[in-house]
Structures are given as structure tokens and as C-alpha cells.
Design a protein around this ligand. Structure first.
Ligand SMILES: NC(=O)c1ccc[n+]([C@@H]2O[C@H](COP(=O)([O-])OP(=O)(O)OC[C@H]3O[C@@H](n4cnc5c(N)ncnc54)[C@H](OP(=O)(O)O)[C@@H]3O)[C@@H](O)[C@H]2O)c1
Length: 323
């Protein structure tokens, strides 16, 4: 019998429990997908903890790679035996196998392993839209990137670096400096109250764009690190949600642009989803992105994966293996 991870109430990682379930019948347009590797994302942790509420009891997980084992009526874009990957809902990727809408499956390149795909798909699509759509990064663009040694930061820094951008990474401790550098940050700063001054010393006038996943603690310093008419991209809230901002503040700080984007609005449209995935796979094939797995856990040990991320022990992407 396949197993899936379920939880009844939000809380610590131990609320996550593996339960066996019967294989359901497929509806039109659906496939039965046998997972080989599942990606663990920061968003999963916030949904489990209750910081971002989801309907409960229920499952968790927004990304996996595997093999199509059965197709429902009307499915034409994939066939039994295809190697595929997906990102986003319906929630429930933490499972040996699941029912999933066929049209949201993307075929995997032959030379990309399931584990590497699960390490890079959700985070790589995020990096893709952040550097291609939110702010069109080109040769010479200066970027300030928080979490530069984290799972998303490593991918974004490497990709932006391959385009010719100058990435200034921010980390919270000296242990992360080398990892951030290896991933593509040309310069690495340790977070402190003097960060904007250090950024202006390095750049002369401030950076073109800030990608800030830390949130409350760093928001003001991020605005102060931008050049006039620079773009502040608030991508997460690891330290809590930023305080409300008055439009007048953006004027006073130099006519800044502010956005709070998410992946769903960038891959909701199927054609756009496929284009972004193709661009991501091309970047992997050109080695602009190197999939790096920091740790792999068995599916049933998902609580350890969440504890690693929550305690900030994680040093990169974590995947769950089903077999
Ligand atoms: N908007 C989107 O579309 C989108 C998509 C994916 C991810 N995200 C966001 O991007 C951020 C990074 O995700 P990830 O997958 O790279 O996670 P990750 O691998 O856990 O890395 C997060 C990094 O943020 C820093 N960090 C964690 N907790 C912190 C805290 N309380 N205060 C200050 N710094 C903290 C750590 O940096 P140090 O090494 O310096 O300690 C860590 O390396 C998260 O906020 C996530 O929600 C947004």
C-alpha cells in the first residue's frame, strides 16, 4: 500500500505522520504518479507550523518527480512510463504516489535524475521568474541577495552570476560565507545594522535589486541598500512579516519599486509554466545551475527535514526519497 504524510493540527515537525492509503480511482484528466523524489520547501514548513494556514487534517508538499503509472480518461500530454516533475498544488506531494492533474506535469530531460529534479524544480522556477520577470537581470546588474547560502539563494546566485550579474550575498554567520561564494556570490556580507553602508561602500550608489527572503528583520536595511529607482523584491518572511509600508517612504528613499511576488502567479498559466520549466532545464543543461542536494531523507523521516530547515541547520536543498 502507498503511504502519505498527514497531519491533523499545525505544530512542530512531529505532527507529521506517515499513513497507508488505498489507491483511488482516477478521474478524467488525472494520472496516478509514482514518486521517486520529493522536494522540501520553506513554504511547506510554514504551512506545517501554521504560520500560513491550510485546510486540516490534510497532507503537505508542493513538488515531486516520478513516473506516470496510470492515466485517466482524456489524458494526452503524458503516457504510462513517462518521467515527470511538477511544482505547486494540489498540496500532497509528501507521498509514495498520488493522483495529480496531467496537464500540470512537465516531462523530465533524460539526463536529469529524479533527486536532482526535486532539488531544483520549485526553487529553480522561483529563481527563474525572479531574475527574468520580476527584475530583468542582465550583465552588470548588481543584486543584493539574502539567504545566499540557502537552497534558493544558491540557485539564484549561480544563475545570475552566469548571466554576468554581480551578486552580493548576505548571510547570518561566517560559516555560510564559503558556501555562498561557491554558489556564485562575488562578495558576501554578514548581516548587521551597518549593512546598507557596506553595500554603498561596495557599489558606490546602491544595488539595482534586492531579493529579501528574511522579511521583518531586514526590510528597512534592504530599502536603504538600493540605488535611486531600485527594486525591492520581498520574497519571504523567515524572521516574520515586514511591517506595513507607506507609499511615501518609497518616494523618500529614492522613488523605489516594491513587490511581493509568489510562484503561483508566475506558473498558473500552463504555457507560461512550460516556458519557464524549459528555460530552467536549459540552464541546468548549460551548467548555469548545478543541482545540489544537501541531504536526502526517507519519506517517513520528513520531520527531520523540517527540523533542519526550522533550526537553520540546513545548508541547501533537502529531498525525500520514497524507495
Ligand atoms: N516568493 C517565492 O516565490 C518564494 C519561493 C521559494 C522560497 N521563498 C522564500 O525564500 C526564502 C529562502 O528559501 P530557501 O528555500 O532558500 O530556504 P533555506 O534553504 O532554509 O534558506 C533560508 C536562508 O534564510 C536565512 N534564514 C532562515 N531563517 C532566518 C531567520 N529567522 N532570520 C534571518 N535569516 C534566516 C538563512 O540564512 P543564513 O545562512 O544566513 O543563516 C537560510 O540560509 C524563504 O523565506 C522562502 O519562504 C520564496
Amino acid at each position: 500500500m502507498p503511504r502519505k504524510i498527514e497531519f491533523k493540527t499545525a505544530g512542530s515537525p512531529t505532527v507529521l505522520q506517515a499513513v497507508a492509503f488505498d489507491r483511488p480511482r482516477l478521474g478524467p484528466g488525472e494520472v496516478w504518479l509514482e514518486h521517486a523524489a520529493i522536494g522540501v520547501n520553506y513554504l511547506d514548513v510554514t504551512q506545517r507550523s501554521g504560520a500560513i494556514p491550510i485546510p486540516l487534517p490534510g497532507g503537505l508538499g508542493l513538488e515531486a518527480a516520478g513516473v506516470v503509472a496510470e492515466i485517466g480518461e482524456g489524458v494526452e500530454n503524458v503516457k504510462v512510463g513517462d518521467r515527470v516533475v511538477y511544482a505547486l498544488g494540489p498540496i500532497g506531494a509528501y507521498a509514495d504516489a498520488r493522483v495529480y492533474p496531467a496537464e500540470r506535469l512537465i516531462k523530465l530531460p533524460d539526463d536529469l535524475s529524479f533527486a536532482d529534479a526535486a532539488a531544483v524544480f520549485f526553487k529553480g522556477l522561483t529563481a527563474q521568474y525572479l531574475i527574468k520577470s520580476t527584475y530583468p537581470v542582465t550583465r552588470g546588474t548588481t543584486i543584493l541577495l539574502y539567504g545566499a547560502a540557502g537552497a534558493l539563494g544558491q540557485i539564484l546566485a549561480g544563475w545570475a552570476n552566469s548571466i554576468g550579474a554581480r551578486v552580493i550575498g548576505v548571510v547570518s554567520s561566517s560559516e555560510s560565507i564559503e558556501r555562498a561564494r561557491k554558489a556564485g556570490s562575488a562578495e558576501v556580507l554578514i548581516w548587521n545594522d551597518e549593512l546598507p553602508r557596506a553595500v554603498h561602500d561596495l557599489t558606490g550608489r546602491g544595488v539595482d535589486v534586492v531579493y529579501d527572503g528574511v522579511g521583518k528583520m531586514t526590510f528597512a536595511a534592504s530599502l536603504d541598500s538600493l540605488r535611486p529607482r531600485g527594486t525591492m523584491v520581498s520574497i519571504g518572511a523567515s524572521s516574520g512579516a515586514p511591517d506595513p509600508v507607506s507609499p511615501g517612504l518609497l518616494n523618500a528613499k529614492g522613488s523605489l519599486f516594491l513587490t511581493r511576488p509568489g510562484l503561483a502567479a508566475h506558473i498558473g498559466d500552463i504555457d507560461e509554466y512550460r516556458e519557464r520549466a524549459a528555460d530552467l532545464f536549459a540552464a541546468v543543461s548549460l551548467a548555469s545551475i548545478t543541482p545540489r542536494i544537501w541531504k536526502s531523507y526517507p519519506l517517513a523521516d520528513v520531520a527531520s527535514a523540517h527540523a533542519d530547515i526550522e533550526s537553520r541547520r540546513a545548508q541547501g536543498a533537502i529531498v525525500l526519497a520514497t524507495r
